[in-house]
Design a protein around this ligand. Structure first.
Ligand SMILES: Cc1ncc(COP(=O)(O)O)c(C=O)c1O
Length: 367
């Protein structure tokens, strides 16, 4: 049973948009890949750890149908975006960073800091629908240097047409950064279908990989044009050259790495990514859509902030009821774990959530 592959939670756990339940195999995997080297007296654990970091990139490459060397481990998405912004080449007449009001606030904070570098931030018009390609076609004007595209918005669970938008950005010579925090592990993603320049993500949510294992992916044709300001010896072409007067960027995404990396979060996450990949993200998606549809079919359509059409939504349901407080109280009473954001209450069924759990949730929504 798939459900037994993940650590259970007390109650009906629907906070997978925040933290996914870890695989039950996590502790054994971490023992074998991280602690055994210490406990067996290995004098230099670094070869083993470097191998583990390589496995992290490899696991991501298999999940997203791309190459391992295009990935660079990152602490989190905000940090990956900050580094990317410092790396963008300066081009006359192009200094706008385009984003939407529905991107994750932390991402907005990092983009705002790019004003120190001479960029200015512009939002898509609030009344425009970010799911319409034409909205982007109109907004991607000549002065735009970079577009931030969030694949699934955290506050509405709207799925944004990344394939079409990155086709536009590439055609118009605009740099693109795609945020897959809310889609990786929930929606099948094939990087070959996109023409993104950089993709940033983390493993803590639907990939069930714990905190601290973020990542970035960089397009192979673009990477050598990017020169991040935040570097370290692991960003160097030859980290063991040890010439303090000579820094040369690595030829691949490792140029975004920095100083001595942490290892443990990536060991934890690799096991989770592999487990999710072997279950199959298509299967996760199918299960999620079945359960979320059940909820949507049981309520008035106007109570859903999330699009009702399956192809337009991510894995989360964002719901707003006229009697929101009563619904919240009923969910609390039933032991449902959900959260509340300005646009509504969020619930995210994963592969380990059952139909019976969703039936219980539906009873609460009738409160
Ligand atoms: C769309 C999106 N981007 C980014 C993040 C988090 O970014 P970071 O890894 O910097 O914490 C979240 C967290 O909920 C998110 O939903």
């Amino acid at each position: 049973m798939t459900a037994n592959l993940f650590v259970p939670a007390e109650g009906i756990y629907l906070l997978n948009h925040s933290v996914g339940r870890m695989p039950t195999s996590a502790r054994d995997h971490v023992g074998a890949q991280f602690f055994d080297a210490w406990e067996n007296g290995t004098p230099d654990p670094w070869p083993l750890w470097m191998n583990a970091l390589g496995e992290f990139n490899q696991a991501l490459a298999e999940l997203f149908n791309t190459n391992a060397e295009q990935f660079c481990p990152q602490t989190n998405i905000s940090s990956a975006i900050s580094k990317t912004l410092t790396a963008l080449p300066k081009r006359d007449g192009k200094n706008v960073i385009l984003m939407t009001e529905n991107d994750f606030p932390s991402v907005g904070f990092t983009l705002k800091q790019a004003e120190r570098l001479g960029f200015s931030v512009r939002f898509l018009p609030t009344e425009a629908d970010p799911q319409f390609v034409d909205t982007w076609a109109d907004a991607l004007q000549d002065d735009v240097a970079c577009a931030l595209v969030t694949h699934v918005h955290f506050n509405t669970s709207r799925q944004i047409p990344v394939t079409e938008i990155t086709r536009l950005t590439r055609d118009r010579g605009i740099f693109s950064i795609v945020d897959i925090a809310q889609s990786s592990g929930a929606v099948p993603i094939d990087f070959q279908q996109w023409q993104a320049d950089v993709v940033v993500g983390s493993c803590v949510k639907w990939l069930c990989g714990g905190p601290g294992a973020g990542f970035m992916w960089v397009d192979a044709d673009v990477v050598t044009c990017l020169e991040p300001a935040d570097v370290g010896w692991f960003s160097h072409k030859d980290p063991f050259e040890f010439d303090i007067h000579n820094f040369e960027y690595a030829d691949n995404a490792s140029r975004f790495w920095g100083g001595t990396p942490s290892v443990l979060p990536y060991v934890v996450a690799t096991n989770s990514i592999r487990q999710m990949h072997s279950i199959g993200i298509a299967k996760v998606r199918e299960h999620n859509l079945r359960l979320t549809q059940k909820v949507l079919d049981s309520i008035e359509p106007e109570y859903s902030v999330t699009p009702v059409k399956p192809e337009l939504r991510g894995g989360t349901l964002v719901l707003k009821f006229p009697r929101q407080d009563q619904v919240k109280a009923a969910l609390d009473e039933a032991g449902v774990l959900f959260d509340v954001r300005p646009l509504g209450l969020r619930m995210s069924p994963h592969i380990y959530n059952t139909e019976q759990e969703i039936d219980r949730v539906i009873e609460c929504l009738k409160a």
